[in-house]
Design a protein around this ligand. Structure first.
Ligand code: 2P0
Length: 354
């Protein structure tokens, strides 16, 4: 029974993901249902991931959470929705070694303590909520012996943060917008696993580690209400791009992949500019990175690397191979030279670190 001084824990790690066809705009704010499908690539967990431990004990009197060692409030609707959805699916848990048997119905009365760490600075604006909510949902499900598959878990993670649903899988992942009003079919689907196109190298150029000024949640709300470009994008452009992107990934066609990725990033930022009041996520350095890549590709007569920018100025660059990634780094070092006293360990380039 759930008495005594025992503690049971589960730990898991989830990587972050970078969208190559962007999610921007919700049709339902509470359930977090998007206006269009999106496609992302899940990164290697060694570099950008969240690690979460969830503990349960009869001695805990309320649910609590710590992020990078600092306690944060769990009162937000998104945390509560994820916790509730997982708790509803909790099953019997037996740990013979510790002599613990938690019955299904005990989970309603038990409280959890959650400790989550990012292995990258949260302030850098690098999709920390995607890894965070994916990991929270996965770890809770593991602790509570939830039997739901990845698709069902992705639908729960989605209610924490839209982009989180795509982090439940590795490789290339599509978040299908779905049709159901209750969101049951708004799930993540793996297109290909992480080994399918493993020549790709992702380089993140941190242009600024300042927190973004407009949150994604409020930014996309404003875009849905005011941008006519968003409507056209969601209804016409994205459905066709999704098909082309799936084809490019299946064929490992880097030229097509890069053209679609860059065009979709630029259109997402055009939607931001088309929003009233306009939202500026990229800065002059971001624009210079785009120029550097575009000129290089133009000179070679074919896309050399893909670039994509999320709700902040940092550049995510995707190269087709280690060789091209190395050429890219040389170019970045040339165009964004480091100040004389910069240690190149970990690579810092001017105000651009990689
Ligand atoms: C994406 N972004 O597809 C897009 C591209 C940013 C730009 O998903 O309100 O943190 O929690 O669902 O998932 C960032 O938005 O927003 C995002 P919520 P989320 O990756």
């Amino acid at each position: 029974g759930a008495q005594g001084g025992w503690v049971l824990t589960a730990t898991a790690r989830s990587p972050t993901n970078i969208a190559v066809i962007k999610y921007w705009g919700k049709r339902d704010e509470t359930l977090i249902l998007p206006v269009n499908d999106s496609i992302s690539v899940t990164l290697d967990p060694d570099h950008l991931s969240a690690t979460t431990t969830v503990a349960v004990s009869p001695s805990f009197d309320r649910d609590r959470m710590w992020l990078n060692g600092t306690e944060i409030s769990l009162s937000g609707g998104r945390f509560q929705n994820c916790l509730r959805e997982i708790r509803q699916r909790a099953r019997d848990v037996e740990n013979k070694e510790k002599g613990i048997h938690i019955r299904k119905e005990d989970w309603e009365k038990l409280h959890v303590h959650i400790a989550s760490y990012n292995n990258f600075p949260t302030a850098a604006g690098l999709a920390s909520s995607a890894a965070g909510f994916a990991c929270l949902v996965f770890t809770l499900a593991k602790l509570m012996n939830v039997s739901e598959d990845g698709a069902a878990l992705s639908s729960i993670a989605r209610q924490g943060s839209g982009s989180a649903c795509r982090s439940l899988y590795g490789g290339f992942v599509k978040w299908v917008k779905g049709e159901a009003a209750n969101g049951s079919d708004s799930i993540a689907v793996q297109l290909v696993d992480e080994s399918y196109w493993n020549d790709l190298v992702v380089i993140i150029a941190v242009v600024s580690s300042r927190q973004k000024e407009t949150s994604s949640t409020s930014g996309m709300r404003d875009s849905v209400v005011t941008s006519t470009l968003l409507q056209h994008r969601a209804e016409v452009i994205v459905p066709s791009r999704i098909l082309q992107m799936e084809e490019a990934i299946k064929n490992r066609n880097f030229g097509s992949f890069a053209r679609l990725t860059c065009a979709d990033s630029n259109q997402f930022h055009a939607v931001c500019l088309d929003t009233t009041p306009p939202i500026f996520y990229m800065n002059d350095t971001s624009h210079r990175v785009i120029n550097t890549v575009e000129r290089w590709s133009q000179f070679e007569g074919a896309p050399q690397v893909a670039y994509t920018f999320d709700a902040g100025p940092n550049a995510v660059l995707i190269a087709p191979s280690r060789e091209v990634a190395s050429l890219l780094l040389q170019r970045l070092l040339f165009f964004f030279p480091p100040p004389p006293d910069t240690k190149l360990e970990g690579y810092m380039v001017g105000d651009t670190s990689i």
